[in-house]
Ligand binder design. Sequence first.
Ligand code: SAH
Ligand code: SF4
Ligand code: F3S
Length: 479
Amino acid sequence: MENIIKNELEAQRQLNIINELKERFEKEYQKTGIRKTFHIVTFGCQMNSRDSEKISGILKQIGYVPTDTEDADFVLYNTCTVRENANNRVYGRLGHLYTLKKQRPDMLIALCGCMMQENTTVEKIKKSYNFVDIIFGTHNIFKLAELIKTRLDNEKTGGDHSDHMVIDLWNDTDMIVENLPNDRKYPFKAGVNIIYGCNNFCSYCIVPYVRGRERSRNPQDIIDEIKALAQDGVIEVMLLGQNVNSYGKTLNPPTSFAKLLQEVEKIDGIQRIRFMTSHPKDLSQELIDVLGSSKKICKHLHLPLQSGSSRLLKIMNRKYTKEDYLDLVERIRKAVPDIALTTDIIVGFPGETEEDFLETLDVVKKVQYSNAYTFLYSKRTGTPAANMDNQVPAEVAKERFDRLVEEIHKSVQNNSKRYENTVQEVLVEEVNEHDSSLLTGRLSSNMLVHFPGDKSLIGKIIPVYLKESRGFYFIGSQL
Ligand code: SAH
Ligand code: SF4
Ligand code: F3S
């Protein structure tokens, strides 16, 4: 209770600051006739995409208008640090931003997201990229207006640039501050956070360190949010969390993800329900039963395998074996025979032998995934795996990676062939990026189809004939 009051007071305090800045920006606009622009670059997963919508909501409320390029008054990078190459991309782009900033000295640059939760990153930015104006992390996005205000007020007091940098980073939080402005990317589908953080500490993974401990949102808050979305025209929701299957365990009274799904199912207007991500160790029989009986949950489950070797899975701290995983897949397929399974796999985890890798290939052959995201192991400082002394040489990992991708392609092709010459319900999402005479829609199985059609169909669920499978997508036609 105490926490709920604390969160609501904080939300109110932030709304006051947003309004104060809004007045300030409006006065400037009256003088100049020019609105200030902003641009957000989002790296990483859907958690970050959802956070960027919150950031965008706050900025629009203050009076900033969105723009498509980084030539803007305010540029924000919402960063990811799950693998080393995600970090490198940020540093590369920052160099380019510096050139832009030299041409427009009033430009503000903010960095936020998972990379900022690492001390070494922040030290590096203070030292080598001191033109950055604001740094914040994953736990205090709701404070953005306050940080902008602090930065603008600093400006007035003078001093050299490095004194101006506003840095606000929290190691962890028990706060969930809601009901702040929000800007959805699509009018007809929306992501909804249900659980923040992660407690699993898979030995290779940085996420628990940068996203903090698991915090489940109150079920009523989630239901209220989805009802409001449905009222607003949303027909598909994606429930988000690093491990949705542990939703509700720490709430008082405790509840479960399966129960939450049943409540979401009852909401009028919502036609499709998706969720990401399911940890195999916590996927209950109760949830499988709900998947089997639901009319709205999409026929797609993302079930990260990481490795098919029980020996490696133990060292990865995944808490399931190859056999547990295969048994789970069998039970899921029995309940929902036409479900599309997708996965994440890491190649080259420390100590991975050819035998371990063959176990992974074996699972891929047996499960026949509809899609799989494959990653070369990337050493993350601070995780247990980073200190393991048997790191796999890059060329060995690369060779296995290529073999894995080849095997996955085969199952992707086989799976999509099965849908050829069938009619499927498709949520039409957008005009095709490359060919504006085509629309792009998504099947319940999460696969994409491109077909000729009018953009008035965007946001509707319609039947589409799948003429030809091209592996990861289909070419279709309207009926
Ligand atoms: N919470 C999700 C995954 C989030 S990270 C889950 O547990 O399934 C997304 C994917 O990145 C992971 O599934 C894993 O395959 C990959 N990944 C995480 N850390 C990695 C690392 N250090 N190197 C390579 N891939 C990694
Ligand atoms: Fe990382 Fe494991 Fe948590 Fe997923 S469950 S975010 S892989 S620690
Ligand atoms: Fe990356 Fe953070 Fe997501 S590290 S994968 S953006 S939780």
